[in-house]
Design a protein around this ligand. Structure first.
Ligand code: ASP
Length: 376
């Protein structure tokens, strides 16, 4: 009899928690949610921050500003400029979500703030390719209906993420590239800019330094060249945003200038749905940053979602698998939010510019260590 009572108590407990579990693995999320304080996990080759709150947040947001760069190379002013840029973008997202904006609108608006900021490798301030020119890639995805838009190798639209949005909103297609994509942006009356706007002195200087290094190497580029730690300095600044809004909708957006010195015509993971960007309300929203070729080969963004959907893993387990088990050390990171509002910001590089906020008062940004709270 006692055993029967315990059994029926357990059944009713499961029934009470079920509405909050959605299609997510309820055990691990509930485990996370039951922890009173935030937990920090560091392992030898990755850094992750787990966010736990006592109840499901009404909304959650995470941003990234790239998994590359080197703190020692940046002056205190450059570090502060990047922190300030993250703060501006996160504040924008927070204020829109507090006013019940849609996930896709928030993801686009936040990425626009980061694209306009020359301290990040997207829009203005993009890195330069092997011939010293810029070309821009971006994509976004709405987890409500899997609608998405992507653009690559564009050079005119001031905000590549808004051009990707226009592809989603105004065409039956997913992906436009090159001059034709830029022409579509002009037809859609999106603002354009010229090289003077996109090419910053900081990026011209970085390109000159890269050129000297290439000349010194005097060898051909091999398939895994971008995987060498000394090249880490140059992976900086791609931007992204993932959101769960107060209706439970998820969205992801990512924008980049790619890798410094990339081959003319090269396209990375950022505009490839499933590689650099993915969102599905049933599972999670993911935005990646790092060596694009590795993220494409391992379709990292959709792999995280699939692990939730088919293996019943938690967001933490799936994100860790992608960054710690699938990818080699020093290849990049990702941000993700799931349908319960849990957030992951995980990377296997020394730093990743990133930020997290939710409706329960979480608010912080960081390059390596976190800076808590909104700026005064
Ligand atoms: N993933 C981007 C690319 O390969 C670069 C980055 O994230 O920094 O184009």
């Amino acid at each position: 009899m006692a055993i029967l009572k315990i059994f029926s108590f357990l059944l009713s407990a499961i029934a009470i928690t079920a509405p909050f579990s959605g299609c997510q693995p309820s055990t691990s999320n509930n485990e996370l949610n039951s922890k009173p304080k935030e937990t920090t996990v560091n392992s030898t080759n990755s850094h992750t921050k787990l966010v736990s709150t006592s109840s499901k947040p009404r909304w959650s947001i995470a941003i990234h500003g790239g998994a590359g760069g080197d703190l020692d190379r940046w002056s205190p002013q450059q570090r502060q400029a990047r922190i300030d840029g993250l703060q501006r973008a996160l504040s924008k997202g927070k204020s829109m979500l507090s006013n019940s904006a849609n996930a896709i609108d928030v993801a686009e608006a936040v990425v626009r703030v980061l694209e306009d900021d020359p301290n990040f490798n997207a829009g203005r301030g993009a890195v330069l390719n092997e011939i010293g020119e810029y070309s821009l890639d971006a994509s976004l995805m709405d987890g409500s209906d899997l609608s998405c838009g992507a653009v690559a190798n564009i050079r005119k639209s001031k905000n590549p993420i808004s051009l990707a949005r226009a592809v989603r909103d105004k065409t039956p297609h997913v992906f436009l590239v090159g001059d034709e994509a830029d022409a579509f942006g002009i037809e859609a009356a999106l603002p354009t800019e010229t090289a003077d706007y996109f090419k910053t002195q900081e990026q011209i200087d970085s390109w000159n330094e890269w050129r000297k290094r290439q000349d010194a190497k005097k060898n051909t580029t091999s398939r895994n060249d971008h995987n060498k730690p000394e090249d880490r300095l140059f992976y900086l600044g791609t931007v992204g945003c993932v959101v769960m809004d107060d209706q439970g909708a998820l969205a992801a957006a990512t924008s980049t200038g790619g890798l410094l010195g990339k081959k003319y015509g090269r396209i990375g993971d950022t505009p490839i749905i499933g590689a650099g960007t993915y969102a599905n309300n049933k599972t999670c929203a993911v935005s990646c940053t790092g060596i694009g070729e590795l993220f494409i080969r391992n379709h990292i963004a959709s792999a995280v979602s699939s692990r939730l959907e088919f293996l019943n893993e938690s967001l933490e387990q799936a994100s860790r698998y992608a960054i710690e088990k699938t990818l080699p050390v020093d290849s990049g990171g990702l941000i993700a939010v799931d349908a319960q509002g849990n957030i992951e910001t995980i990377y296997n590089t020394p730093i990743m510019a990133r930020g997290q906020a939710n409706s329960e008062g979480l608010y912080r940004v960081g390059l390596a260590d976190w800076v808590d709270g909104e700026p005064k």
